[in-house]
Write a protein that binds this ligand. Structure first.
Ligand SMILES: *[C@@H]1O[C@H](CO)[C@@H](O)[C@H](O)[C@H]1NC(C)=O
Ligand SMILES: *[C@@H]1O[C@H](CO)[C@@H](O)[C@H](O)[C@H]1NC(C)=O
Ligand SMILES: *[C@@H]1O[C@H](CO)[C@@H](O)[C@H](O)[C@H]1NC(C)=O
Ligand SMILES: *[C@@H]1O[C@H](CO)[C@@H](O)[C@H](O)[C@H]1NC(C)=O
Ligand SMILES: *[C@@H]1O[C@H](CO)[C@@H](O)[C@H](O)[C@H]1NC(C)=O
Ligand SMILES: *[C@@H]1O[C@H](CO)[C@@H](O)[C@H](O)[C@H]1NC(C)=O
Ligand SMILES: *[C@@H]1O[C@H](CO)[C@@H](O)[C@H](O)[C@H]1NC(C)=O
Ligand SMILES: *[C@@H]1O[C@H](CO)[C@@H](O)[C@H](O)[C@H]1NC(C)=O
Ligand SMILES: *[C@@H]1O[C@H](CO)[C@@H](O)[C@H](O)[C@H]1NC(C)=O
Ligand SMILES: *[C@@H]1O[C@H](CO)[C@@H](O)[C@H](O)[C@H]1NC(C)=O
Ligand SMILES: *[C@@H]1O[C@H](CO)[C@@H](O)[C@H](O)[C@H]1NC(C)=O
Ligand SMILES: *[C@@H]1O[C@H](CO)[C@@H](O)[C@H](O)[C@H]1NC(C)=O
Length: 506
C-alpha cells in the first residue's frame, strides 16, 4: 500500500523544500510507510481491549504503537486507514477457552467508520447489550449471537438506520415491544431467536410490514397467537420466515399475504386442525416445514398449486390420508422440483405407487412410522438423486425390488420393521457404493451371498436382525471397516465366533 505517496500535494512554492523530504522520510516515514492505522482509533481499540477479559490472549497482537490495521480481527479501509470491521467471533472449539468476556467500553464510538461488528460466540455473561451500540451509526452488520448477553434489548439499536444484518440469536434477552425494529430502515436480516418476546405482542405488525426485511428468524421466542388478528400492509420483500419452536396454535393469517415468501419454518409449534388452505396463496413457496405439530385431516388441494415446492416436511403430525392420493397430487405440481419429502410419523395408509419413481429430483424421502401397505414399487430404482430412503415401521409386504441396486447416490436405506419377504441377492446392492446406513431388521428376508462376495459399500450401521443369514458368520462383514453399530440378532447363526469378527471396529 503506497500510502506514503498519498501525502497532500504541496504548493509549487514549497518545491525547494521537497529535497528535504527524502531525508526526513528516511527516519520517520520509512518506519511508518505501511502504517495505515489512525492513532486515535488505535487508542480506542486499546481502551476497548483493556476492559475485556481475554483468558486465551487472543488479542495479543493488540499492542501499544503497533499498526492496528494488522491486528487480529481488525480490518481497515485500504486507503483511508479507518477501522471498518471488527471480527471478534470466538472460534467454536470445545477444547479452546477462547471466548472474550468482561465489559464493552464506549471507546468503540471513536471508530466513526465501523460498519461490521462481530462479537458472536463470546461470553459477556454478566452484561446487557450496551445502549451506546445505537450510536455506532455506520454499522451495517452487527452480530452478537451466542455471546451470553442478558436482559432487555436496548431500543436504541433502532437508531441504526444503515444496519442490514442484526443477529442476536441465542442470548438470554427479552423485549417488551419490537417497535424499535421499524427504525432499522435498511434491515434485511433479523435473528432474535431465543429472546423472550412473550410481551412483545406487536412482533407481527412490526416484522410483517417491514419494507426491506428479507429474512426473519424468531425461533423459540415464546410467541403466542396474534391476539389482534390485525391485517397489515404486508411486506413484499420477506422471503425467509422462521417461527419454529414457539407456541402458535394457528398460522397467523397475515402470513398468507406475504407473497414474497420462499421458505416457511413452523416446526415445534402447537398448530392444530387441518393444514390451512391459504398456503396455496404463497405462489413461490419452495420450502414448507410443519414438522411436529398437531395438524390433522388431509393435505388441502390448494397446496398442490405450489409448483416451486422443493421441500415439504409434514412429519410428526396427525395427517390421515392415502399415500397414493398424495403422490398422485404431488406429481401434478412438483414432479420435477421436489427434493425432499418427509411425511414420517403420521397416519398414512394405502399403497406406494409407481409415480414415486417419477420425482426425478428427489434426494430425501421419509414415510416412516405410518400404516402404508403393499409392495415397494420397482420404479424407485429410477430415483437417481435419492440419498435418503426411509420407509421403516409400516406394513409393506412383497419382495424387495431388484432395481434398488441401481441407486448410486443412496447413503441411508431404512426399511426395518415391515413385512417384506423372499430372498435378497448381491445384485440388490450392486451399485450402492455410497451406502453408510443399512437398517432392515424385522423383515422376513433371506440373504446368503456367495462366500467370495465383497460389498460395494462401507457401512457404519448395519441392522439385519431377524433376517435369515445362514448358519455361518457372514464373511462379507469382514470387509466393513467403518462399522460402529451392527445388529445381526436372531439371524440363525450357529457358529464359533471367528477372530476377524471379534476384530470388527464396532
Ligand atoms: C482497496 O480495496 C478495493 C476493494 O475493497 C480494491 O478494489 C482496491 O484495489 C484496493 N486498493 C489498494 C490500493 O489496495
Ligand atoms: C461464561 O462465563 C461465566 C462467568 O464468567 C461462567 O460461569 C459460564 O460458565 C461461562 N459460560 C460459558 C458458556 O462458557
Ligand atoms: C453470526 O455469527 C455466527 C457465529 O459466528 C454465524 O454462524 C452467523 O451466520 C452470523 N450471522 C450472520 C447474519 O452472518
Ligand atoms: C436513539 O434511540 C433512543 C431509544 O429508542 C431514543 O430515545 C433516542 O432519541 C435515539 N437517539 C437518536 C440520536 O436518534
Ligand atoms: C418469558 O417472560 C415471561 C415474562 O415476561 C415469563 O413469564 C416467562 O416465564 C418467560 N418464558 C421463558 C420461557 O423464559
Ligand atoms: C395500508 O396502506 C394504505 C395506503 O398505503 C393505507 O391507506 C392503509 O391504512 C394501510 N393499512 C394498514 C392496515 O396499515
Ligand atoms: C388467498 O387467495 C384467495 C384467492 O386469490 C383470496 O380470496 C383469499 O383472500 C386469500 N387468502 C388470504 C388469507 O390471503
Ligand atoms: C382435527 O383437530 C381439530 C382440533 O384439534 C378437531 O376439532 C377436529 O375434530 C380434528 N379433525 C379430525 C378429522 O380429526
Ligand atoms: C433439480 O434440482 C437441482 C438442484 O438440486 C436444481 O438446480 C434444478 O433446477 C431442479 N430441477 C427442477 C425441475 O426444479
Ligand atoms: C393399518 O392398516 C390396516 C389395513 O391395511 C388396518 O386394518 C389397520 O387398522 C390400520 N392400523 C392403524 C393403526 O391405522
Ligand atoms: C400383502 O398384504 C396383503 C394384506 O395386508 C395381502 O392381501 C397380500 O397378499 C400381501 N402381499 C404379499 C405379496 O404378501
Ligand atoms: C461365487 O463367485 C465366484 C466369483 O465371482 C464364482 O466363480 C463362483 O462360481 C460363485 N459361486 C457360486 C456358488 O455362485
Amino acid at each position: 500500500m503506497a500510502i506514503a505517496t498519498m501525502t497532500t500535494p504541496l504548493p509549487i512554492s514549497f518545491f525547494p523544500f521537497l529535497l528535504l523530504i527524502p531525508a526526513i522520510c528516511f527516519t520517520i516515514c520509512d518506519a511508518n510507510s505501511n502504517l495505515l492505522c489512525i492513532p486515535s482509533e488505535r487508542e480506542a481499540l486499546l481502551k476497548f481491549k483493556n476492559h475485556l477479559i481475554d483468558p486465551s490472549n487472543r488479542l495479543s497482537s493488540w499492542v501499544e504503537g503497533g499498526d492496528c490495521c494488522k491486528w487480529i480481527g481488525v480490518v481497515c479501509h485500504n486507503l483511508t486507514g479507518h477501522v471498518h470491521q471488527l471480527h471478534l467471533a470466538a472460534p467454536l472449539s470445545p477444547y479452546e477457552q477462547s471466548a472474550l468476556g468482561g465489559k464493552i467500553n464506549p471507546s468503540l464510538l471513536e471508530l466513526n467508520h465501523l460498519s461490521t461488528l462481530d462479537l458472536s460466540n463470546n461470553n459477556f455473561s454478566s452484561i446487557h447489550i450496551p445502549k451506546f451500540f445505537g450510536l455506532l451509526e455506520s454499522l451495517t452488520y452487527l452480530n452478537l449471537s451466542r455471546a451470553q448477553f442478558q436482559g432487555a434489548i436496548p431500543h436504541n439499536l433502532g437508531n441504526l438506520s444503515k444496519l442490514q444484518y442484526l443477529d442476536l440469536r441465542g442470548n438470554d434477552l427479552k423485549s417488551k415491544s419490537l417497535h424499535w425494529v421499524s427504525g432499522l430502515s435498511s434491515l434485511q436480516y433479523l435473528d432474535l431467536s431465543y429472546a423472550n418476546l412473550s410481551k412483545a405482542t406487536d412482533w407481527l405488525q412490526v416484522t410483517f410490514k417491514h419494507p426491506s426485511l428479507l429474512e426473519l428468524h424468531l425461533s423459540a421466542c415464546v410467541l403466542e397467537d396474534d391476539p389482534y388478528l390485525i391485517s397489515v400492509n404486508s411486506s413484499k420483500s420477506l422471503a425467509v420466515l422462521d417461527l419454529s419452536w414457539n407456541s402458535l396454535s394457528s398460522v397467523p393469517k397475515s402470513m398468507f399475504s406475504l407473497h414474497g415468501l420462499v421458505s416457511i419454518d413452523l416446526i415445534f409449534n402447537s398448530l392444530d386442525g387441518p393444514i390451512p388452505d391459504y398456503f396455496g396463496n404463497i405462489s413461490f413457496l419452495e420450502v414448507l416445514d410443519l414438522h411436529q405439530n398437531s395438524l390433522n385431516s388431509s393435505i388441502p388441494n390448494s397446496l398442490y398449486s405450489l409448483n416451486h415446492l422443493r421441500f415439504l416436511h409434514l412429519s410428526s403430525n396427525k395427517i390421515k390420508q392415502d399415500i397414493s392420493e398424495i403422490l398422485q397430487s404431488l406429481s401434478r405440481c412438483c414432479l420435477g422440483s421436489l427434493e425432499s419429502l418427509n411425511m414420517a410419523d403420521n397416519q398414512l395408509s394405502g399403497h406406494l405407487t409407481y409415480q414415486l419413481g417419477q420425482f426425478k429430483n428427489l434426494s430425501y424421502l421419509s414415510l416412516a412410522q405410518n400404516n402404508i401397505s403393499g409392495p415397494i414399487p420397482s420404479s424407485i430404482g429410477e430415483l437417481s438423486s435419492l440419498k435418503y430412503f426411509d420407509v421403516s415401521e409400516n406394513q409393506l409386504n412383497g419382495t424387495f425390488p431388484l432395481c434398488f441396486g441401481q441407486l448410486e447416490s443412496l447413503v441411508t436405506l431404512d426399511f426395518g420393521y415391515n413385512l417384506l419377504e423372499g430372498v435378497v441377492i448381491e445384485t440388490h446392492f450392486s451399485k450402492l457404493t455410497r451406502l453408510t446406513t443399512l437398517k432392515a431388521s424385522h423383515n422376513r428376508l433371506r440373504f446368503e451371498p456367495n462366500s467370495s462376495w465383497i460389498p460395494p459399500f462401507q457401512c457404519q450401521i448395519i441392522e439385519l436382525g431377524h433376517w435369515h443369514l445362514g448358519s455361518k458368520f457372514p464373511l462379507w462383514l469382514k470387509f466393513q471397516k467403518e462399522l460402529s453399530s451392527l445388529d445381526i440378532s436372531h439371524v440363525g447363526i450357529s457358529d464359533v465366533m471367528p477372530t476377524w469378527f471379534v476384530n470388527l471396529p464396532t
